[in-house]
Design a protein around this ligand. Structure first.
Ligand code: APR
Length: 234
């Protein structure tokens, strides 16, 4: 694979499912149990901030009780051993990529373990609840919100993501339904840029038809196999 040097990997909730974190749109997923409009929009937060804070406080607590799975570990290994360019673009707000050891990671939808102050615009690592309106460590305002991107808000680090896509030779999508833009559009961007595209997902997604190759199965099995192939250790 002489020509293959730079890789962009997109991950979604499916990569963390085997760690015990709910996905959004699968049966029994988060959007089966909560109304998106209530807990994942600025309007919902304005209407009922306590409801929203409770939703993210519970997820923040839960993520600290689970561990990375073999799919996260395989991507961390790729990050350590791949000499070319690599960017792991995750839609996930959990910290399992980093806990597995990956560092070339961008959280385009934010992070659960971070609180954002809308007053001074500073971010703070946060592991506890926000429901009690704690003071911002920088400006002491009591307006901290979850540092996650809600529907209708701009995802983070889009310039960095598009720059990586423009210089990539391979785009891989893992554990995402392809239901949410702009992430769902990366594969068609990748095709337009002329690179190879691969999907690793439990089942066909809304964007499967865009991929040169789609492999179906659990990420915990497919991702280590793919990384072995790439590093020639399969
Ligand atoms: N291995 C691989 N894929 C899996 C697994 C698994 N063990 N379990 C589920 N999947 C797949 C499902 O088949 C589905 O295609 O993961 C996908 C999960 O899709 P969603 O629940 O829609 O999650 P995601 O694509 O990450 O959602 C995108 O939507 O709600 C917003 O901001 C939120 O980042 C999120 C975005």
């Amino acid at each position: 694979m002489a020509e293959l040097r730079n890789i962009v990997v997109l991950t979604g909730a499916g990569i963390s499912a085997e760690s015990g974190i709910d996905t959004f749109r699968d049966a029994g997923g988060l959007w089966d149990k909560h109304r998106v409009e209530d807990v994942a929009t600025p309007q919902g937060y304005e209407r009922d901030p306590a409801l929203v804070q409770r939703f993210y406080d519970a997820r923040r607590e839960a993520v600290q009780k689970v561990a990375p799975n073999p799919a996260h570990e395989a991507l961390a290994r790729l990050d350590r051993e791949w000499e070319g360019g690599l960017l792991i673009v995750t839609q996930n707000v959990d910290d399992l990529h980093e806990r597995a050891g990956a560092s070339r990671v961008v959280h385009m939808h934010g992070e659960l373990l971070s609180a954002l102050c809308p007053i001074c615009e500073r971010r703070h690592r946060w592991t506890g609840p926000l429901i009690d309106r704690p003071e911002c460590p920088s400006c002491e305002a009591r307006s901290l919100r979850p540092d996650v991107v809600w529907f209708g808000e701009m995802p983070y680090q889009m310039d960095r993501i598009y720059a990586a896509l423009r210089s990539a030779h391979l785009f891989v999508s893992i554990g995402t339904s392809g239901a949410v833009y702009p992430a769902a559009g990366f594969v068609s961007d990748a095709r337009e840029l002329g690179m190879k595209t691969l999907e690793l997902n439990l089942e066909r997604s809304e964007g499967s038809h865009w991929f040169h190759e789609s492999r179906e199965g659990p990420a915990g099995k497919l991702v280590p196999e793919w990384v072995d192939e790439l590093l020639g250790t399969g």
